[in-house]
Design a protein around this ligand. Structure first.
Ligand code: CA
Length: 405
């Protein structure tokens, strides 16, 4: 669509609203304002391409943006809507006047009942480091008015963690578009997981957007998503919807996810108990370091079905035995592993402490093995004072017992 057509018919620019739902209340907590344009034939098209068009002069963009925000805020205040209003802004436009004109516009609605703490400025993507510094100032200034900040379109850009941290947004929007197929979850899991950790550390709320399928909702629910948005729950519309619009589906889905998760946890618990029962009778009362390799070989046959590697460490993570590695059906000792240290691994010392105190075996989370790159879990338990057994569970075994994955 020609930008000049938009400018010549600017009164046809109009806001649409896409609801954002919360996991805790399963209700609408706010609306994102989206720019639309009414064609003469009655069709309504997105103004997204217009706003992203680099050849459109910024005065045009500002003018159309202002019309849409005004119409939206008129509607919000007329309806006495006390929910959040998400307003999209590009870094370039905000920086042009240090965010002044937008703030002035918002302030004119305060006498009409707009609460500034319901305003969320949604920044689309991140800009250069220098621009980021200026944005940081604008946002700090906005925050003194209670205005919240959300950063969007970062789902596929894990390298931007530091920038997101600097802006300290109230809300981080994660685009689920990269998870179009359920099998893509594994490939992006780590970046998305890091975002979940980051948001928790900086006290930001995670909002998953562009949700179009049940598995994406499940993903968001499992990964710290408090807010959800997307066609799966609500398509943008020119009017508001009932607050409990998606309550039924969210409730039902949550119950389904919880059942599934509980079943998995139960399976892990049972597997851990089974290993404990299997290993416990094999543990020696007392064993010298020189005897460890021989002992590992003597128990290897018993765990050949589930494991491909095992070894013994002391309480500080120094390896006391060789790596016993299964090749085909034969176990061999790799002596060069003796003396290596594993205390730097995540949770290592925490687990050692737990095994010593509680005298119980531990099954690790799922992780990628450093040598083989395979998805594994590790079972570990105390042998005798200061000696700990580590059994790496083979991917094949986990795969055959899906609940363990
Ligand atoms: Ca947006």
């Amino acid at each position: 669509m020609d930008p000049l057509d938009v400018m010549a018919n600017i009164e046809r620019a109009t806001p649409y609203y896409q609801a954002i739902f919360s996991a805790d209340a399963q209700e609408v907590i706010g609306y994102e304002v989206l720019g639309r344009f009414q064609m003469e034939n009655g069709d309504v098209i997105s103004l997204g391409p217009f706003f992203r068009d680099k050849t459109v002069p910024s005065e045009y963009l500002l003018e159309v943006d202002k019309i849409i925000i005004q119409k939206a805020l008129n509607y919000f205040t007329e309806q006495n809507c006390m929910l959040k209003v998400f307003i999209n802004q590009s870094a370039d436009l905000l920086l042009e006047d240090q965010g002044e004109s937008l703030l002035e516009l918002l302030l004119t609605y305060v006498p009409k009942g707009l609460r500034l703490d319901n305003i969320v400025i949604e920044l689309d993507g991140l800009s250069s480091k220098e621009e980021n510094e200026h944005l940081h100032h604008i946002f700090s200034y906005y925050k003194t008015y209670g205005i919240q900040i959300s950063v969007a379109n970062i789902g596929d850009a894990g390298g931007n963690m530091d920038k997101i941290g600097r802006l300290s947004p109230n809300i981080i929007k994660v685009n689920l578009e990269i998870l179009r197929q359920s099998y893509e979850v594994a490939a992006h899991q780590d970046i998305l997981h890091s975002l979940a950790v980051l948001s928790r550390k900086i006290g930001a709320t995670l909002l998953y957007e562009r949700m179009e399928a049940s598995f994406q909702l499940q993903y968001a629910w499992r990964n710290g998503g408090r807010y959800y948005q997307g066609y799966y729950l609500h398509k943008p519309s020119p009017v508001f919807i009932e607050n409990d619009f998606a309550k039924k589906v969210l409730k039902e889905k949550f119950q389904q996810f919880i059942r599934y998760e509980k079943r998995k946890l139960q399976a892990l618990h049972q597997f851990t108990a089974r290993l404990q029962n299997l290993i416990q009778p094999l543990l020696p009362k007392k064993i010298e370091m020189e005897e460890l390799d021989e002992w590992l070989l003597s128990i290897a046959e018993k765990i050949s079905e589930i494991s491909f590697r095992m070894y013994v460490c002391d309480e500080n993570g120094f390896q006391l035995s060789s790596n016993m590695v299964k090749d085909e059906d034969c176990w061999t000792a790799i002596e060069s592993s003796i003396g290596k240290n594993w205390s730097w691994r995540p949770y290592f010392l925490e687990h050692v402490m737990k095994m010593s105190m509680e005298r119980k075996g531990i099954l690790s989370d799922i992780y990628s093995d450093i040598d083989t790159g395979e998805t594994v879990r590790t079972y570990s338990c105390l042998i005798t004072e200061g000696k700990f057994l580590y059994i790496d569970i083979a991917y094949n075994y986990l795969y055959e017992n899906q609940d363990l994955l």
